[in-house]
Design a protein around this ligand. Structure first.
Ligand code: PLP
Length: 401
C-alpha cells in the first residue's frame, strides 16, 4: 500500500464514528513538523504565529516543546485573551486601532507585562494615548517594525509586502528615539518580516522559469536585508540598549533568517500544519498535518462524485492556488465550471467511481490557520485513532478577524 493509501485508511478508520464535514490534525505529522522547525532554527527560539494555528490547545502543545517560546498574535483582543489565559509572552504582529482593547491593556499590569504591540508610526501611539482611560497608566511594550522590501532601479521597483513605512535604518532609529523619550511606552523589540522570502515558494511544480526567477529575487533580497537589518537593529540599540528581541522570518525562511546575528528569534506557524502553499520550497519539506474531510452525498454520473461543502478559498490574491486541494483518495480534481462550491463540490476523476455515498474525501487547505474558521473543533489523530478533540478559536466563540 502506498503511504497516501495507508494515511487515507488510517484517517478513515480513526474518524469512522464521526460525521463529516470534520477536520483532523495528525499529531505525529504535527510533532515532526515542529521538530523540523526547531532543527532549522539552529538554536534560536521560535515564536509561534497563532494565526497559522488558531487553536489554543495546539499552541500550548507546541510551546511545551524545547525550542519554542512566545506567541505572535494577530489582533489585540486575541492577544489580551491569550494573556488572560496564561500565555505570558505575546507579540502582536500587526498594528491595532481597537481603542477598547488598548484601554484594557493600559489599565492591567498583568496584560501590560505580557503583551507587546506593533508600531511603525507615531500616530499609533497617539491613538493608544487617546484610548487610555483614567486608570490607563501602564507602560505599553512596543515593538518597532522595519520594512523588509527589496528596492531596485532607484526605488521604481519594490518587492515585498506593503507593511511598515520605515525602510531605512535611520528612520527606524529615529522612531526608536522618539518612542523611548515618550512617557507611557517602552521599546522592547524590533520585527522585520520578509514575506517575499519566507512566504513565496522557490520550487513550484511545473513552473521552472518562475521558480528560477523567485530564487534569484530571494537571493538578492536576503543579501540586502541581512545588512540593512543589522544596521537598523544597531540604530535602535543606540536609543534602546536593553532591547529584548529582534524577530524575523517565517516558515519558508527559518534557517536563513536564523543565520543572521542581528536576529534573536524566528516566527513560524504554517510549518506546523503544512498547508498546500508550503509544498513549494527547496529549504523545507513538511508533512501535511491538518486535513478536512467532506462526505460524498451524491454520484451525478460516471467519473464524478459530489461532496458537501468545500468552498473554503484562502486569503490573498485570488487564484487556483488559494483553493483547498482534494488530497485523498488521489486523482480527484475540481469541475472547472463549478470549482469548490458554497454548499457542494463535484469532484472528477477515475477515483470517483470507487467512492460510495457516505465515504469521505480528504482535503488540504491552501493556508494554515484559516481552516479553523470553518470548523469548531479539531480531532487529534494518533495512528488510526482519535485521541482527543479540541476547540478551534471559532469553537471557543472567538472569531477575531
Ligand atoms: C509578521 C509575521 N511573521 C511571520 C509570519 C510567518 O508565519 P508562517 O510561518 O505561518 O508563514 C507571518 C505570516 O504572515 C507574519 O505576518
Amino acid at each position: 500500500m502506498s503511504q497516501s493509501s495507508a494515511d487515507r485508511a488510517r484517517y478513515d478508520r480513526a474518524t469512522a464514528h464521526l460525521d463529516a464535514p470534520l477536520a483532523v490534525v495528525d499529531l505525529a505529522a504535527f510533532d515532526a513538523n515542529a521538530a523540523d522547525l526547531v532543527a532549522r532554527a539552529g538554536g534560536k527560539p521560535i515564536r509561534v504565529a497563532s494565526k497559522s494555528v488558531r487553536c489554543r490547545a495546539l499552541l500550548e502543545r507546541v510551546l511545551a516543546r524545547e525550542g519554542f517560546a512566545g506567541v505572535m498574535a494577530f489582533t489585540l483582543p486575541e492577544a489580551l485573551w491569550l494573556a488572560r489565559a496564561g500565555f505570558d509572552d505575546v507579540l502582536l504582529a500587526y498594528p491595532s486601532a481597537d481603542r477598547a482593547a488598548f484601554a484594557e491593556l493600559a489599565a492591567d499590569p498583568k496584560l501590560a507585562a505580557a503583551v507587546s504591540v506593533m508600531v511603525d508610526d507615531e500616530a499609533q501611539l497617539d491613538l493608544i494615548d487617546a484610548a487610555r482611560g483614567a486608570d490607563g497608566t501602564e507602560r505599553i511594550r512596543v515593538c518597532l517594525e522595519l520594512d523588509t522590501s527589496l528596492r531596485a532601479l532607484g526605488g521604481r521597483v519594490r518587492i515585498g509586502a506593503l507593511r511598515s513605512p520605515l525602510h531605512s535604518p535611520e528612520r527606524l532609529g529615529a522612531l526608536a528615539r522618539r518612542v523611548a523619550a515618550r512617557p507611557g511606552f517602552r521599546v522592547v523589540g524590533v520585527m522585520a518580516y520578509e514575506g517575499h522570502i519566507a512566504g513565496v515558494g522557490d520550487a513550484v511544480r511545473g513552473r521552472p522559469g518562475r521558480s528560477l526567477a523567485v530564487r534569484l529575487m530571494q537571493a538578492a533580497a536576503r543579501r540586502e536585508l541581512a545588512s540593512r537589518r543589522a544596521e537598523a537593529v544597531a540604530a535602535v540599540r543606540l536609543a534602546v540598549p536593553d532591547l529584548e528581541f529582534v524577530n524575523g522570518g517565517g516558515t519558508g525562511s527559518v534557517q536563513h533568517t536564523a543565520a543572521e546575528d542581528a536576529v534573536t528569534e524566528i516566527a513560524a506557524g504554517s510549518g506546523l500544519y503544512v498547508p498546500r502553499l508550503f509544498d513549494n520550497y527547496r529549504a523545507f519539506r513538511g508533512r501535511p498535518a491538518a486535513l478536512l474531510a467532506l462526505p460524498v452525498v451524491r454520484r451525478p454520473g460516471v467519473g464524478v462524485v459530489t461532496v458537501l461543502g468545500g468552498g473554503y478559498p484562502a486569503s490573498g490574491a485570488a487564484g487556483r492556488d488559494r483553493l483547498p486541494e482534494p488530497w485523498l483518495p488521489e486523482g480527484l480534481r475540481y469541475d472547472p465550471q463549478e470549482g469548490p462550491g458554497e454548499v457542494q463540490t463535484p469532484l472528477l476523476g477515475p477515483a470517483a467511481d470507487d467512492l460510495l455515498i457516505g465515504d469521505r474525501v480528504w482535503f488540504r487547505h491552501a493556508k494554515a490557520g484559516e481552516l479553523c474558521e470553518r470548523f469548531a473543533e479539531l480531532h487529534l489523530v494518533e495512528g488510526d485513532a482519535v485521541v482527543g478533540t479540541v476547540p478551534t478559536y471559532r469553537g471557543e466563540g472567538r472569531t477575531f478577524l
